[in-house]
Design a protein around this ligand. Sequence first.
Ligand SMILES: *Cc1c(COP(=O)(O)O)cnc(C)c1O
Length: 379
Amino acid sequence: MLKRYLLAPGPTPVPPEVLLSMAMPMIHHRAPDFLPILDSAKKGLQWLFQAKGDVLILCSTGTGGMVGAVNNFFNPGDKALVVNGGKFGERWTKICQAYGLKVEEVTVEWGYAVKPEAVEAALKKDPDIKAVFVQATETSTGVYHDIEGLGKVVRNFENTLFIVDAISALVAQDLKTDEWGVDIMIGGSQKGLMLPPGLAFVSVSEKAWKRNETSKMPRFYFNFKKERENLAKNQTNFTSAVTLIIGLNEAIKILQKEGLENVFGRHAKLAHATREAVKALGLGIYSKESPSNSVTAIEAPEGIDGQLIYKKLREKYGITGAGGQDRAKGKIFRLAHLGYADTFDVITGIAALEMVLKELGHSVTLGKGVAAAQEVLMQ
Ligand SMILES: *Cc1c(COP(=O)(O)O)cnc(C)c1O
């Protein structure tokens, strides 16, 4: 037998309490018994997003939330500034272009974080830019972009919305939506929220709702104004993802019991321990600055294919991490510490990594990475 461990940056493991909560018989999404469930989910998300305004709940993957953030607030020909420092930055560009926006990019070398000054310079040069799109965590490179710093820049531009894909960052990073001036922030169920895939969450600021009134793009399924009206009545526009929303309440309950500061602290510690272990094994961290608390991107040793490490971890030891994407394919592999993750997820991943590296002919002292992780985890 091979016991399976999920250490991917989404989907992530689902706690047993959450799984059990989703095993109850189906209830009707317009019936009175569902309304308090949605009300509770709504409030829980506001707590998690650190946002006073509505957080819409969409039945889609995270990308659906990203699409809605484009086709509910703009008109074809509008100018958008996209921070592109990896695969998901690239996705913003593709979505914006699909809807006829004129995209200008601030390109960031893979493995590096955007400089808020670079965004400021681009906005000063072209005051016609209607929005800045960025990832909080660029999952493909394991880099966290400075959302607070970017918020300070964008808030000075009256006609510019600040739109953040926090799908892999939410829960792992402290993201103060209101305080930092984020107009639209997007989350997804299968990352930090410890749920199966299928829900997207989108917070919308008053500034963004004003913009919504002037946006004439075609929309039907992702109609945020209608979602907002329904949310006020503890409903969704179409059939609610009843089961997942019940699970969401259970997941939020777990997070609330731990407390936001502790949740962020736990992720920071797991990420730190992972990085120390990787360094102790003589491997490099792909994120040259601002490594994220969600996922660690690790450089494969010289002469060893990163995809092979990923494959061996999975096939021989039952550990599903992630490989590299696009230009990083073969060069890196990734281990997540996101959501329902704790001390022994890190230890397990690192111990298996040592065994795989040794099998692939890399010189390692077994236990060296584990010991380095333990030192951090015991603090
Ligand atoms: C996972 C992820 C997404 C969305 O992926 P879906 O498959 O649509 O849920 C978007 N952005 C980032 C940064 C991600 O990590």
